[in-house]
Structure formats: C-alpha cells, structure tokens
Design a protein around this ligand. Structure first.
Ligand SMILES: NC(=O)c1ccc[n+]([C@@H]2O[C@H](COP(=O)([O-])OP(=O)(O)OC[C@H]3O[C@@H](n4cnc5c(N)ncnc54)[C@H](OP(=O)(O)O)[C@@H]3O)[C@@H](O)[C@H]2O)c1
Length: 374
C-alpha cells in the first residue's frame, strides 16, 4: 500500500501505477500486457524505479516469439525500499570510474529483457527494483582514483555500470569516451550499444566492397546503423523490415525486402546470385528462415538470436566493448558515415513508456530518454 505522495514519486521515476482496491490501495508496476509469447512480466509489482522491475525468477533471453516460465510475484518489504538514498543517487566513483550527470540514455531491448528476469551470461541477476539503461551520455561530475583520461566537466558517453535511466550514474573509463562537440548528448547516448553493436558486427563479417549483405531487422536501433555503416564500406545491403518501413529502409541505402513468410523467396528475387553474408538482429523463426540463404554458415552472425545462430552453424556477434570502438563510432557519426536516427525521445519520468515502446519490437531507429537539458 502506498500513499499519494509515493505514487507521485513513482510516476516521476517512470513507474506506472494503477489503483486496484479503493482509494488507498495502489500497486505500482507495469500496466501493459506481456508481449505475445512472453509471460515473464511481474503482476502488480511494487516496482517503483524508472522502467519498473520484476522480482526474482529467471528466464532465458526472450527472443521474439519464445516463451518464458510464468512467475508469480509477491511484493516484499524490500520492494518497498524503492526510494534511492542520496548516496545511491550520487554514488562515489571507485578506481577507474566516473560519476556522470546523465543528460541522455539510450533504450535497448536488453533493458526490458533484464526487467523481465533475464540475467546476462556470467553476471549476477539484477537486484530489483533496479535501474536500467546500458548506454548513456552526460557530463563528468567526479572522477575516481587513478583516472587521468577524464576531468570534471568533460562531456562523455559510454556504458554505465549502475544504469543510465538516472540523474547520475557510474561509468568505467574502459567503456567511456569523450563526446565530440559535433554530436548532441541525445545522439551520443545512442552509440554505445546500438551503433557499437552494428560496428562490431560489420567488422566481424568484414564484407568485401561490392558484396551483398543481408541485414535481418534493418529498421531498428542496431539495424539502421548497420545498414549505413555497411553502405559506407561499399557493401550492397538488403534489409528486411516490415512493409511500413520500406521508405525508411530505402532512405538508409538498402534494398528493402518485406519481412515475414516468404522472405527467402523475396530476397532471392532481388539477389539472384545470392547473398554473401547475413547479419541477423531478430532471432527466432526469422533467423532460421534467412539462414537458408547461406551455404557457408560461417557468414552468418546474430545479435538477436545468438544461441540459435550458433546452432545453425553461424556465430554470435562479438562485442568489443572498448573505448576505442566508442571513439571510432563517434568519429563515423560526426563524419556523416551514419546517423543515429533517434526517432522518439522521452523525459526520465516517462522511462517506463519508452521501455514499453522498445518492448513492442517494432520501433524505428533509436529511442532515447532525455534526462536533463543540455
Ligand atoms: N550485445 C549484443 O549482443 C546486442 C547489442 C544490441 C542489441 N542486441 C540484440 O539485437 C536485437 C536487435 O536490437 P535493436 O536494438 O536493433 O532492437 P529494436 O530497436 O527493437 O529493433 C528490432 C527491429 O526488428 C524488426 N523486426 C521485428 N521482427 C522482424 C522480422 N521478423 N523480420 C525483420 N525485422 C523484424 C523491428 O521492426 P519491424 O518489424 O517494424 O520492421 C525492429 O525495428 C535485439 O534482440 C537486441 O537484444 C544484442
């Protein structure tokens, strides 16, 4: 049971509230339905941080169309400790870390997967309520011991350690780079996960100029960057996406092929000599279908369905996660080699809505939470 002031604070932190029993009994948590095939959403959870949270339980990384075990949720006393302490809001940076005042945070599918119970391989399960957000940009507020590369007041972007959907976050210098002046905080916040994954994948496949690359899921955050980068490197790109994204995908420089049943025939129609490589960003049946296009499955990589790609004879995208790659994607963005295509922005108070939009699986380009005015 929470009071009106708490509800107000929950809302301001991006939580969603619904009244379930009379005027004083309010439960907070996601109010939308679980996406089709995904039953990991907590029910009536008192999850009050931005993006909401679910408690306990595990599920496999939910690829689109897969199902996760249903878990029931009972709020505990710990859940009610949702209000971050002042030290949590401005955590002191340890060695090799920066305290960053966040200006913008990118929203990625991994955020809702973590909310729904996914645990990154080799990582501890998130403690819920949790703060999400794997990419952010902001201004250095404090530097930890041993940090020479950055100073207070520097504009930076990178992979936060403590979640980007926040006013302050910690960033390890190993995955932080200086934000070029020619790049807004909003655009810089879209680089560390989406654009860097696009860059890593294209480098991994290393397609020859003039060869044909199929990008499966060309209209999303990773896809838009991957299409443009491949084109920048002189590669012919075929991009699958929904019919509604035809003009968008073509504007990026790709040949658009509508996704869905029959996609293989449609790709063969526009590439009668076949495709030389596939970069999948969707997973599931859509990955299984396009894998058929390759006789040499070593030319298949996936960010959207990594275990399935391996099962099909391909590979998972290998993420570099280095400051050098962040510098390089920023340089490419400033040079005009690609644009981030941030198509929607939300204030921090609407982080839960932003997360649900990405969870829909059909957003266009990138969605970014703008935390504070630049
Ligand atoms: N470290 C990593 O390994 C890493 C990093 C980043 C992302 N990822 C993963 O890579 C995937 C893509 O990430 P993202 O940020 O690009 O996601 P996103 O922004 O949600 O984009 C996904 C795109 O896929 C399209 N799509 C959905 N079903 C499709 C189908 N059957 N065929 C073709 N396109 C389809 C959607 O648009 P339309 O259906 O409307 O065309 C959407 O634009 C996610 O699974 C994410 O978790 C992994």
């Amino acid at each position: 049971m929470v009071g009106a002031q708490q509800i107000d604070r929950v809302r301001r932190r991006g939580g969603a509230c619904r009244q379930v029993r009379g005027p004083t009994r309010i439960h907070c948590g996601p109010v939308n339905s679980p996406p089709p095939g995904n039953t990991c959403m907590p029910h009536g959870a008192l999850a009050a941080v931005a993006g909401n949270g679910c408690r306990g339980g595990r599920c496999h990384e939910p690829e689109r169309g897969s199902s996760c075990p249903r878990r029931t949720y009972s709020p505990t006393a710990a859940d009610r400790r949702w209000k971050p302490s002042s030290s949590r809001r401005r955590p002191p940076p340890g060695p090799g870390k920066l305290l960053v005042a966040v200006r913008a945070a990118g929203v990625n599918p991994v955020d809702w997967k973590l909310r729904n119970g996914y645990t990154r391989p080799g990582s501890e399960p998130p403690q819920y309520p949790a703060v999400f957000g794997s990419e952010a940009a902001g201004v250095v507020e404090q530097v930890g011991p041993g940090v020479d590369e950055f100073a207070v007041g520097d504009a930076v972007f990178g992979n936060p350690l403590t979640g980007g959907y926040a006013e302050y976050t910690l960033m390890p210098v190993a995955v932080t780079a200086h934000k070029p002046e020619g790049l807004s905080f909003t655009d810089a916040a879209a680089l560390p996960v989406a654009a860097a994954t696009a860059y890593d994948g294209i480098r991994q496949l290393d397609p020859a100029p003039g060869s044909t690359l199929l990008i499966n899921g060309a209209g999303g955050g990773v896809g838009v960057a991957a299409v443009q980068l491949a084109r920048h490197f002189g590669v012919r790109v075929i991009g699958t996406a929904s019919a509604a994204k035809k003009d968008f995908v073509e504007s990026l420089g790709a040949v658009h092929v509508p996704a869905g049943p029959g996609v293989v025939d449609r790709v063969r129609a526009v590439a009668p000599d076949g495709v030389d490589a596939v970069y999948d960003l969707v997973g599931g049946d859509a990955l299984r279908a396009v894998a058929e296009l390759l006789t040499d499955r070593k030319r298949l990589i996936s960010a959207g369905g990594k275990p399935l790609a391996v099962e099909l004879g391909g590979a998972a995208v290998v993420r570099a996660r280095t400051a050098a790659v962040l510098d390089e994607v920023a340089r490419l963005a400033v040079s005009g080699a690609f644009r981030t295509y941030v198509t929607q922005t939300y204030p921090l108070a609407e982080a839960a809505t932003a997360l649900r939009a990405v969870e829909s699986g059909h957003t266009r380009g990138k969605i970014v939470i703008e935390v504070a005015a630049a």
